[in-house]
Design a protein around this ligand. Structure first.
Ligand code: IVH
Length: 714
């Protein structure tokens, strides 16, 4: 069987596939599956954005995926599930910052993509003010950064928070103070304002990004000479701005030279705590920008356009789209707002966005290039991926020369030929994509791309399953798969062998020092010593890393084996079920399907793996070599917490989070990862955030501190 073929398609591939379906007819029997994919994709990027402060997808792609899911759910309401991102209210926040509530919720914007959308926006605006009169619109850039809310009290900056889930955000005041364009004082009291919340976007100027990367490159030369880990370059301005806001050291934030552009007043009150109705003091958005600008804030005041004609607004948007590259800051669209603040109030808002504003999203940037060659790569699963080699083209500051063509069907559907002029797109951070070719540019020299019949690595005949679009090499000894497979085996996710990186695997394979998994534990270190760059210390480290990995908990081995469809979560679950991994040797698919979250696909894959004689031999050999195949037995100190569930939040002083979890398990209790009605005890330390707030709303949860917890197991 295909021993090394478990890897699930990576998120960018699933994302690209989902994006390709937008605008196409989705057959009814495929809708549910597609919706599930969309939910997982959006949830994945939400987690990346809200928890990890990372955003590997452009807003544009994210928004159209979200819109697609929403539209499908509207058409098929039975597909709406509680875990759908369209149903989400609160999102998890990074617990290292204190959570604070915004004075009024920070809303999103509805998106427009074309003139029809803008006309529809105008129609709805007119409908809600019940007028046929012209309405003035103000149009300004939509800055691609990280939103921020600043609170000034008594003319002093007292708080700065990230957007978070719109209701609550992270308190990042010290970091905001490190941004020079944010005034620490501003004279609001001259307008009778005692407390005010202003919203805007923290951005990084593109020139700053370039400069920071240049400095890092210079530093890397030194680090490399000193054999130290090199610094990663910043990928784009938005991620760097968002990531910088969450740094622990404000001095480091200051060195990032961020900028803040303020474009909205969220809330204001007078000395007596009375809410000031803004429209009464400042008649228009334009006035507000002017006010902020006069008080020393950076605003889009000089970049705005005012017009009563929506066609004119559209023309302005397109003009900006064309010229966006000349602007010093990344912008991903334009925001169109009704200028008159009184009208804004009348028009109102939904729970998600104001109805008086819309975002016109720019098309992702495109470039043109020539398809020079197609290389066929063999992945660890044996899947053959055609990769386009194009004449290098610059797109959003990155040189692109190599792009995946996914599979044979992709090439056929798009009728892409060798030497064709191709349109390349790169939206935000998403991997580059070939939109299509330009047949009108052909001169007759273009040729059909021939898909190979044999594996480019081992020449084994390729195989294609009827239901799949991918060709595969099913030779388990295929060297290309072996390399990838071994890289996976030693990786952090799997055996986590310290001192054994991707490059080492490649070199050792080339030098015949390793030939399969077991051979890793039989390396001839005298031969390693003869390789260039290997010194006593590094060999010692490698040896220790390999030795230590033998003691790994056995789920790591399960992950490392590369069983199709088995990732960390399933492996951890599987490892707990049996005393020894070889106990699975006699299991049938029905038995596997009895396990939590194991469906037919996973069960079949497991059964196939464990019924294969050569796999069993491999496991036996690994055990002889000293690897741990046994279940890690729990040391049960007491049953005091039996039947009870726990979750720890906030700063703990008596033990670490991991130690706390072990204490729970060792006393017969169970750890939960989120607040729910199933939770019995929330152990809250200092600075507990959203989890505490959520738990307080569920009556059955007991909220205790560390000492009360320790008492329970005394
Ligand atoms: S106005 C009530 N104006 O875009 C909504 N937002 O996609 C207030 N953004 O969360 C937003 N530039 O972070 C507005 N000139 C601009 C903007 C802008 C960027 C961001 C903002 C918002 C997001 C919505």
């Amino acid at each position: 069987m295909d021993l090394f073929s478990h890897i699930q398609p990576d998120i960018s591939t699933i994302t690209q596939t989902a994006l390709q379906k937008i605008g196409q007819f989705i057959p009814e029997n495929e809708v549910e599956h597609y919706c599930n994919d969309l939910k997982s994709i959006i949830n994945y990027y939400d987690k990346k954005y809200y928890v990890d402060a990372d955003s590997p997808i452009s807003d544009y792609d994210y928004d159209i995926l979200f819109k697609q899911l929403k539209e499908l759910e509207e058409a098929y309401p039975n597909l709406i599930t509680a875990d759908s991102p369209t149903q989400r209210v609160a999102k998890g926040l990074n617990e290292t910052f204190q959570t604070v509530q915004h004075l009024v919720p920070m809303m999103s914007l509805e998106n427009s993509y074309n003139i029809q959308d803008l006309r529809e926006f105008e129609r709805k605006v007119k409908e809600s003010v019940a007028t046929n009169e012209k309405i003035e619109y103000i149009c300004e850039p939509k800055f691609d950064g990280s939103s921020i809310a600043l609170v000034y009290e008594n003319n002093q900056l007292v708080r700065a928070a990230t957007r978070g889930n719109g209701i609550e955000g992270d308190d990042i005041t010290p970091n905001a103070k490190a941004i020079k364009s944010i005034p620490l004082k501003a004279n609001f009291s001259q307008f009778g304002i005692h407390k005010i919340e202003i919203r805007g976007e923290v951005v990084m100027q593109l020139a700053v990004l370039e400069q920071l990367n240049k400095e890092r490159l210079e530093q890397n030369i030194i680090l490399k000479n000193e054999n130290k880990k090199e610094l990663e370059l910043f990928k784009n301005a938005r991620n760097t701005a968002a990531g910088s806001l969450r740094l622990k050291d404000s001095a480091e934030v200051a060195a990032r030279k961020l900028d803040a552009i303020l474009y909205q007043i969220g809330y204001a009150e007078d000395k007596n705590g009375n809410n000031i109705t803004f429209s009464e003091i400042f008649k228009s958005h334009d006035d507000n920008l002017k006010l902020l600008s006069d008080l020393g804030f950076k605003t889009p005041f000089l970049d705005k356009t005012l017009s009563e004609d929506i066609d004119q607004i559209m023309a302005t948007c397109l003009d900006w789209q064309d010229k966006r590259d000349n602007y010093p800051i990344d912008i991903d669209g334009m925001v169109i707002k009704v200028n008159n603040t009184k009208l804004q109030q009348i028009i109102g808002k939904t729970s998600h966005h104001p109805k008086w504003a819309t975002a016109f999203k720019f098309k992702p940037k495109q470039g043109f290039s020539t398809l020079e060659n197609v290389e066929f790569q063999v992945g660890r699963t044996g899947q053959i991926t055609p990769v386009a080699k194009i004449t290098p083209v610059q797109l959003m500051g990155v040189e692109i020369s190599s792009i995946s063509l996914h599979n044979e069907d992709f090439i056929i559907d798009k009728d892409i030929r060798l030497y064709d002029t191709v349109i390349v797109e790169r939206a935000g951070d998403v991997i580059p994509y070939i939109v299509g070719s330009l047949p009108e540019k052909r001169n007759g020299k273009e040729t059909k791309i021939e898909f190979p019949k044999n594996c480019p690595s081992c020449a084994h005949l390729l195989y294609k399953n009827l239901e799949e679009s991918a060709w595969r090499c099913i030779n388990t000894n295929c060297p290309a798969q072996l390399e990838e497979h071994l890289i996976h085996f030693v990786s952090k996710e799997a055996m986590n062998i310290f001192g054994f990186g991707e490059e080492n695997v490649r070199t050792f394979l080339k030098e015949n020092l390793i030939s399969n998994i077991a051979s890793i534990y039989k390396i001839d270190y005298e031969k390693v010593a003869q390789l260039e760059g290997w010194k006593v210390k590094s060999i010692q480290n490698l040896k220790e890393g390999i030795e230590q990995s033998k003691q790994n908990e056995n789920w790591r081995l399960l992950v490392g084996l590369g069983i199709r469809h088995i990732g960390t979560t399933t492996a951890k679950m599987l490892a707990k079920q049996v005393a020894h991994l070889l106990d699975y040797a006699n299991w049938n698919t029905e038995q596997f399907m009895q396990l939590e979250d194991v469906g037919p696909k996973v069960a079949l894959s497991l059964q196939a793996f464990f019924s294969d004689e050569s796999n069993i031999e491999l496991l036996k050999e690994l055990e002889v070599l000293g690897l741990n195949l046994k279940r890690t037995e729990q040391v049960l100190h007491s049953e005091k917490l039996a039947g009870k569930t726990f979750l720890f939040t906030g700063t703990l002083t008596q033990f670490s989070r991991d130690e706390a979890k072990i204490l729970v398990e060792n006393n017969g209790g169970k750890n939960l990862s989120a607040v729910s009605a199933n939770l019995n005890y929330l152990v809250a330390g200092e600075k507990a955030g959203s989890k505490l707030t959520k738990a307080q709303k569920i009556e059955s949860i007991q909220i205790i501190d560390e000492f009360e917890f320790l008492k329970m197991i005394e």
